[in-house]
Design a protein around this ligand. Sequence first.
Ligand SMILES: *Cc1c(COP(=O)(O)O)cnc(C)c1O
Length: 507
Amino acid sequence: MNKNSGQRLFKIEGINQSILIGDANTQTYDGVEKALEFLNRQTRNEGNIIVLSGEIQSPSSESYKRISGLLKKYKPIKIIGIGDIKNAAEHFSSHDAEFYASAEAFTKSIADIDFSRKNILVKVDQSLGFQAIIERFEEKAHETELEIDLAKVSFNLKAIREMLKPTTEIMVMVKAFAYGNGSYDISRLLQDEGVEYLAVAYADAGFELRNNGITIPIMVLNPEIRSYRAMIRYNLEPQIFSFRTLKAFLESVNESGATHPYPIHIKINTGMNRLGFNRDEITELGEFLSASPQLEVRAAFTHLAASNDPAMDEMTHKQIAEFEAASTELKNILKKDFKRHVLNSGGIFRYPEAQFEMVRLGLSLYGAAPADEFKAKLKPVSRLTTRITQIRHVKPGETVGYNPKRIFDREAKIAVLAIGYADGLPRSLGHGAGTVWVHNKLAPFVGSICMDMCMVDVSEIDCAEGDEVEIFGDNQDIYAFAKQMQTIPYEVMTNISHRVKRVYLSA
Ligand SMILES: *Cc1c(COP(=O)(O)O)cnc(C)c1O
């Protein structure tokens, strides 16, 4: 766990498909309540287990009684008390409660308790063995972590809402595992924050969200025809971009026996030339839809090809005008109103006049924006860190790693890090092309990036085995890192592999 964990309420994946929530803050009634709230948002498991220590501020019989009452609301299937809390056991008699003198005594008997698919809250004081309990439950002991600060996600959402007209709705694109940040955790936050729509790339991502308690409307950007029936069962709304997909979806709706018009989203191509109906197909589209009352056009939209680029403003203005004309024609034929949207993150900042009734937010939710003046309004939400596994000293004449290109002509101190290309650290950064941040200095990669490890030159840096290293975050920002990779922050985020542990700091 890195430096923030424990000081903030956090969530990670636990063993046996459990969800682990940790909090080593001083135990106050409000703190326990906040932790329970966060626990309660993890809807996908089969019951709550609460591990609690007795360090409630100025412990009194009365405070335990209040805590016990609070716990009832969350219906834990088990309470595990660590330390002095056992003196207040009488207050927990209506729960299934077990008490242990210490974290050590508890971790020794963990094997006897069924934690599988449970939500586990560990609210134990640092001095009573918080860390030992967390380590016992953690699934990914791998030391590379992507820390995602949900409070900053909320901050960015609010900052963006304030830039929009009060009536403009927001659809958040949670495709690609919410840009690598975690579909469920991000979607749950957005649902709680009152976002109007979510969008996923493929239907299966939508099924997963529905199975985990996400109930707000979800659009599917690129639904495959064979997934249409399941989509209707899961109440997912397709983007319709061609007559082929329109006719196939209508057929699936007819077969489903749906009694209400099914919502669909019409994609109009205005210059991106990816998916969408062209302007000259709108008349025929309108006529087809008019004759298909089983379908209801919920929205029509288009996608800008270069919303972040001032040099392309002329093209963008043309796209917006073309969309306005095409969507108006469609409305006139249907004689019905629907929502319209055009803007992605770049567009939200650069073309506020084109927000229509909705915008489609992606990247900027995570704190990235197309220009420095916009970045200043947002907070980057994530940090990718790892640790030094070993430090070694190489002598002149030696080399480092696979197929070395460089023979050292001096002594060097090399740190081996627990991250490699299988984690999403591209091989192209090897041989000095990229850097990491170690104790306030940049350290260049040495030799090739390996599958699970890499090496950096720390000759000039005072550091030790076990120390934290930042790949990107507060010190080396994601733009600087993306530049080294010769790519954009989108690719950096979505490249971080699933095996990297996600640590969520609570809002
Ligand atoms: C991904 C996507 C967006 C979001 O773009 P950002 O630049 O990340 O805000 C919007 N619209 C469509 C169609 C997309 O595919």
